[in-house]
Structures are given as structure tokens and as C-alpha cells.
Ligand binder design. Structure first.
Ligand code: NAD
Length: 293
């Protein structure tokens, strides 16, 4: 069992840290929000007092922060140059590929193993310990991280060298956003054509239009019981987070010179939806903007 420093105990980080405790690891945690650290301490973890305190003596350091600038800052101020010799660094935040690679290079220069390991599965997956981890970094670091990641997730995929986890995450979420917009357009058109949406669902879920956005997360209520459309689009995965990931995908497209016209258009549509005041709703609620309601 490892002594783990955990920085960023928000909606995802706290339940992930609690699962590390349940698996028998020791966890010294820090967040800018005192209440989050108090919750960790109440469950058997310890309050590290600062990000540097969370890193001190830790064999493994996990970060779960909002965006690339937070990761860069925490790594600069508290991790690189402070982590003990041989410590393993795991960043599970969703951040841009370029920052992930730059931070991993700094870690490597300091003689530390680092992985980018963003997740999919949302807050429910974080609480249940069933997250999917998409991991970038060396084979050796991935092998070392596996027992720690298994305490927080069900599926671990080693995607390739540094940055590959973040690359997989933005590619996946760009596909998801585009397919959700496509499903929404088709179902709204079906309504306008007078086609029963249940019939379209029955046909397309076994035909070539099939997608996860339709069969597991249909934006029309009454067709997939677990979908947020049945709960007035209570998230789930918020439209604001989808927009963040689409912006990251556009950054990645620009820096890699990939052509992503639909990804760019999906980002514009989600920006319109978020700016209309719906950022806190589930991303599948974009069907309402497409319907014009
Ligand atoms: P969150 O805002 O709830 O948590 C982030 C935490 O980081 C906050 O508690 C904040 O106080 C803390 N923080 C910020 N700067 C800090 C610093 N310098 N030192 C210590 N703590 C600091 O966000 P979240 O929903 O937990 O998401 C975290 C990451 O996971 C994001 O990158 C997000 O895109 C990604 N993600 C979220 C979900 C989801 O469904 N919520 C799903 C997959 C991936």
C-alpha cells in the first residue's frame, strides 16, 4: 500500500481519494476549499495543509485540478523539485495535450516518472470506483500506477507516451459532442416530419445511424430511462464541461494541424448553448437549442 498525496479534492477528486483510502492506501490531501479537505480527514485521510505538504514524503502524487494552468502552477510551486526521489506523479485532470507534455518533460528532467491519466465516467464513476483511465507515459510508469488506478477505476488503457491520455480524451469527447448534435438534429427533424420518435429510436438503434449518444443517452425523454433528458437535463456531464473539452480539442487540432470542421462547429454550438445560460445543464440539453425551445 502506498502513501499518496492528493491535490484537488473537488467533485471528482474527493470521491477518488476516498476510494484510495478504502483500498488501504494512506492519503494526505489538499484543496483550496477547506471543507473538501475536512471531508477527506473525516474519512481517515489527513489534512496536508498545503499542496507542498501533500507532496512531502508521498510515494505517489495524484492531481485532479480544473485546467492546464492549475496543473502547471501546482507542479511548478509544489511538485517538481519537492517530490521525493522515485515518486510517481499522476495527473488525472482533463487538460491540453501541450501542457501535459510540457509538465511531463519537466518531471522527467527532475528524474520523476509522470503519467497523464484523464478519466471518463463522471462523478458517479468516481464515487463507484468504476472510472476509465486513459493513460499517457512510459510502460514502467504505467505498470507502477496500475494498483493505484485500479482502486479508483475499472478500466485502464495505456494509450501511448506522454500526452496520449489527454489526446484520447479530447478525441473521444469531440466525437461524442458531434454525435450528440447529430442525434439531436435527427430527432427534432423527425418530430417536425410527424415521425414518432420511438419508431425512429427503434429503427436507428439497430441501423447504421446507431450511436452511444442515442442508445445510452438519448436527448429525447422517455426512450432511455437513465438519460438526463428524463430529469430536465440535470447533469450528468455539464454543457460547460463539454465546451471546455471542445476548446481543448480545437487547441489540439491547431497545434497538430488536424482539420476538424465539425469539431469547430460543435464548439461554436456548445458555446452558444452555454452562453444562453445553460452551462450547468447536461450537454444533451443542446437538443432544446436545436429545437428552438
Ligand atoms: P472541481 O472544480 O469540482 O474540482 C477541482 C478542485 O481543484 C476544486 O475543489 C478546487 O478548489 C481545486 N483546486 C484548484 N486549484 C487548486 C490548487 N492550486 N491547489 C489545490 N486545489 C486546487 O472539478 P471536477 O469536476 O472535480 O473536475 C476535475 C477535473 O476532472 C477537470 O479537469 C475536469 O474536466 C475533469 N473531469 C470531470 C468530470 C466530471 O464529470 N466532473 C468528468 C471527467 C473529467
Amino acid at each position: 500500500m502506498a502513501n499518496i498525496g492528493f491535490i484537488g479534492l473537488g467533485n471528482m477528486g474527493l470521491p477518488m481519494a476516498l476510494n484510495l483510502l478504502k483500498a488501504g492506501h494512506t492519503v494526505q490531501g489538499f484543496d483550496l476549499v477547506a471543507d473538501a479537505v475536512a471531508k477527506l480527514a473525516a474519512s481517515g485521510g489527513s489534512n496536508a495543509g498545503s499542496a507542498a505538504g501533500a507532496v512531502d514524503g508521498a510515494e505517489v502524487v495524484v492531481t485532479m485540478l480544473p485546467a492546464g494552468r492549475h496543473v502547471r502552477q501546482v507542479y511548478e510551486d509544489a511538485v517538481i523539485g519537492r517530490a521525493r526521489k522515485g515518486a510517481l506523479l499522476i495527473d488525472s485532470s482533463t487538460i491540453d495535450v501541450d501542457t501535459a507534455r510540457a509538465v511531463a518533460a519537466d518531471a522527467e528532467a527532475a528524474g520523476l516518472d509522470m503519467l497523464d491519466a484523464p478519466v471518463s465516467g463522471g462523478t458517479a464513476g468516481a464515487a463507484a470506483g468504476t472510472l476509465t483511465f486513459m493513460v499517457g507515459g512510459s510502460d514502467a510508469a504505467f505498470a507502477r500506477a496500475a494498483p493505484v488506478l485500479q482502486a479508483m477505476g475499472k478500466t485502464l488503457v495505456h494509450a501511448g507516451p506522454s500526452g496520449s491520455g489527454q489526446a484520447a480524451k479530447v478525441c473521444n469527447n469531440m466525437m461524442l459532442a458531434i454525435s450528440m448534435i447529430g442525434v439531436s438534429e435527427a430527432f427534432v427533424m423527425a418530430e417536425k416530419l410527424g415521425l414518432d420518435t420511438r419508431k425512429l429510436f427503434d429503427i436507428s438503434s439497430t441501423a447504421t445511424g446507431q450511436s452511444w449518444a442515442m442508445t445510452s443517452y438519448c436527448p429525447v425523454p422517455g426512450l432511455v430511462p437513465a438519460a438526463p433528458s428524463n430529469r430536465d437535463f440535470k447533469p450528468g456531464f455539464t454543457a460547460a464541461m463539454m465546451l471546455k473539452d471542445l476548446d481543448l480539442a480545437q487547441d489540439a487540432a491547431e497545434s497538430s494541424k488536424a482539420t476538424t470542421p465539425l469539431g469547430a462547429h460543435a464548439a461554436r454550438l456548445f458555446r452558444d448553448y452555454v452562453e444562453s445560460g445553460s452551462g450547468d445543464l447536461d450537454f444533451s440539453g443542446i437538443i432544446n437549442m436545436i429545437r428552438g425551445s
